[in-house]
Write a protein that binds this ligand. Structure first.
Ligand SMILES: Cc1cc2nc3c(=O)[nH]c(=O)nc-3n(C[C@H](O)[C@H](O)[C@H](O)COP(=O)(O)OP(=O)(O)OC[C@H]3O[C@@H](n4cnc5c(N)ncnc54)[C@H](O)[C@@H]3O)c2cc1C
Length: 421
C-alpha cells in the first residue's frame, strides 16, 4: 500500500491551495493529492460565478478574501501567470433601506470603494425605477444609490487551479487524478491484530483510504471535498457541519448586453462591474470574452438544502424568477437569449456563513465555503497548513494574523457574515 506523510483529498481551489502551502512549508514531506475527476477544478470551483470581492461584513471574511486577492494579483502581475483577473469592481445597487443599512456601513469601513450617485448609475445603463405595476406585484424597490467595491472583480478559477497544479508538480507532489476515495478506514492506534478492531475502547485514527485504484495511507489527511465531505466523513462519525444548496447560472447574450459589458463605470472601454440587484440577491457577472452576463442568485427560502448528483439549471426558475426582476433594472435583457447554463452547490455553513477548518483525529477538514471559496482559497490553504503544522496562528499573504482555532468547531470565534451572494 503506498504510504505518504500527507494525503489531501479534493483538487478544487481549497485542496490545491492547501497542498501548495503544506508542501511549501514542509518541503521534506511526501505529499499526495487525490481527486476523483480526471483533472482539477471539476467540482464547484469550475461551476462558480468566479467573482472576487473584499466586501464582507465580517472581519475574518474580509481578511481571508483581501489577502487571497492580493496573492492572486501577485501570481498574475509579478509571477506572470495569467489568471484572467479583472478588477472591474462589484456594484451593489441599493434601495433606500439598504443604502443606510449597517451591513453597508460595515463594508464601507473595511473595503476599498465609493458610493455612486443616481446619475452615475443611470450612465451605466441601469434603470433606477422599475415599472410601477410590475414593481408593486414583484416587490421591486427603486434604486437609490450604489456602492462600488473597487478591490473586487472577476477571475478564472481553472487558471488559479492550473497555477497551483503546476507548482505542486514542480514541488514533486504526487497528483492522483481519476482516483476516488470510496471509504475512510479507522484503525486502532495500538493494534492488537484481533479480528473486529478497532473496538469501542481502542484509541482510533484514520488508517487508510480505500480508492477505486487500491488502498493508500498517510500519517495525516486533509479533506477538501466541499459538498461531498458529509458522505465521506459521516460513516466514520465525523460531522462536516455543512448543508448543500443548489446554485444555478444562466448566461444571457445579446447586442445591447454586449455593449454594456464592454464599458467600465466611467464609460471607458473595459469590463462593466459585477452587479448585485436590490431584489432577491440577483446578480449579473460580466463575461468579457463572450460579452455576456452570467445571471444568478443566492436564493434562500423555497430552495431545499439537498444534494443533486448531477445538478441541472432550471429554465423556469430563470424565466419566471430571475429574468423578470433583472430586466426591470436592466432593460437590455429584454432582447437577450440564454446561450449557456449550469448548476452546482454551495457547501453552506448555515450558522455564520464562513469556512470551517478543523482537526479531527489525524485529519484536517476544510469546507463550509458558503459561496465564496475561490476568493478566500489561498488563505484557507495557509490555515490548513498551519493547523497541520501545529501552529496557533496563520500569517496571510498580506501579513495579517489569524488564530487558526477561530475557524474551527470547539473554539470558533467568527462573526455571522451578512453578505452571502
Ligand atoms: C453557482 C455558483 C457560484 C459561485 N460563485 C462564486 C464566486 O463568484 N466566487 C467565489 O469565490 N466562490 C463562488 N462559488 C463558491 C465556490 O465555487 C466554492 O466555494 C469553491 O469552489 C469551493 O472549493 P473547494 O475546493 O472547497 O470545492 P470543489 O471545487 O467542489 O472541490 C472539491 C473536490 O473534491 C473532489 N471530491 C469529492 N469527493 C471526492 C472523493 N470521494 N474522492 C476524491 N475526490 C473527491 C471533487 O471532485 C472536487 O473536485 C460559487 C459556487 C457556485 C455553485
Amino acid at each position: 500500500m503506498p504510504k505518504y506523510d500527507v494525503i489531501i483529498v479534493g483538487a478544487g481551489i481549497t485542496g490545491l491551495a492547501s497542498a501548495y502551502h503544506i508542501k511549501r512549508e514542509n518541503p521534506d514531506l511526501s505529499v499526495c493529492l487525490v481527486e476523483k475527476e480526471k483533472t482539477y477544478a471539476q467540482g464547484n470551483t469550475g461551476r462558480s460565478a468566479a467573482g472576487f470581492r473584499d466586501t464582507f461584513t465580517s472581519e475574518i471574511n474580509h481578511m481571508l478574501s483581501s489577502s487571497s486577492i492580493e496573492f492572486y494579483k501577485h501570481v498574475q502581475n509579478e509571477l506572470g501567470f495569467e489568471l484572467g483577473m479583472d478588477s472591474c469592481g462589484y456594484l451593489f445597487l441599493l434601495d433606500g433601506k439598504n443604502a443606510v443599512s449597517s451591513s453597508i456601513e460595515k463594508i464601507m469601513k473595511r473595503a476599498k470603494g465609493r458610493m455612486l450617485s443616481e446619475n452615475d448609475i443611470e450612465k451605466i445603463g441601469i434603470n433606477l425605477k422599475p415599472d410601477r405595476n410590475v414593481a408593486s406585484i414583484m416587490n421591486l424597490p427603486d434604486i437609490e444609490g450604489a456602492f462600488l467595491g473597487e478591490n473586487c472583480g472577476i477571475i478564472e478559477p481553472d487558471l488559479i487551479c492550473s497555477f497551483y497544479d503546476s507548482e505542486l508538480r514542480k514541488m514533486e507532489v504526487e497528483m492522483k487524478y481519476g482516483t476516488e476515495v470510496k471509504k475512510i478506514n479507522l484503525t486502532p492506534v495500538t493494534k492488537l491484530d484481533y479480528p473486529g478492531e478497532p473496538f469501542l475502547w481502542q484509541e482510533k485514527t484514520i488508517g487508510n483510504l480505500e480508492t477505486n485504484s487500491g488502498e493508500i495511507s498517510a500519517d495525516a489527511y486533509v479533506i477538501c471535498t466541499d459538498v461531498w465531505t458529509t458522505d465521506l466523513l459521516s460513516p466514520i462519525g465525523i460531522d462536516s457541519h455543512i448543508r448543500p444548496k443548489k446554485r444555478q447560472i444562466f448566461q444571457a447574450s445579446g447586442k445591447e448586453i454586449s455593449s454594456m459589458v464592454g464599458k467600465r463605470v466611467d464609460g471607458s472601454e473595459g469590463t462593466c462591474p459585477f452587479m448585485i440587484l436590490p431584489s432577491n440577491g440577483i446578480y449579473l457577472r460580466p463575461e468579457p470574452k463572450s460579452k455576456s452576463f452570467w445571471i444568478s442568485t443566492a436564493d434562500e427560502l423555497g430552495r431545499p438544502y439537498s444534494y443533486e448528483n448531477d445538478p441541472q439549471p432550471e429554465k423556469e426558475f430563470y424565466e419566471m424568477g430571475m429574468l423578470p426582476v433583472a430586466q426591470e433594472y436592466l432593460p437590455q435583457l429584454k432582447n437577450s437569449k440564454v446561450t449557456s447554463s449550469w448548476a452546482g452547490h454551495y457547501a453552506y455553513n448555515t450558522i455564520d456563513k464562513t469556512h470551517y477548518i478543523f482537526r479531527a483525529i489525524n485529519t484536517i477538514v476544510a469546507t463550509g465555503t458558503s459561496g465564496s471559496g475561490i476568493m478566500k482559497g489561498d488563505s484557507a490553504g495557509r490555515i490548513v497548513s498551519s493547523l497541520l503544522n501545529g501552529k496557533e496562528t496563520t500569517t496571510t499573504y498580506t501579513g495579517g494574523k489569524i488564530n487558526v482555532e477561530d475557524l474551527g468547531i470547539k473554539h470558533r470565534k467568527v462573526e455571522i457574515e451578512e453578505l452571502v451572494i
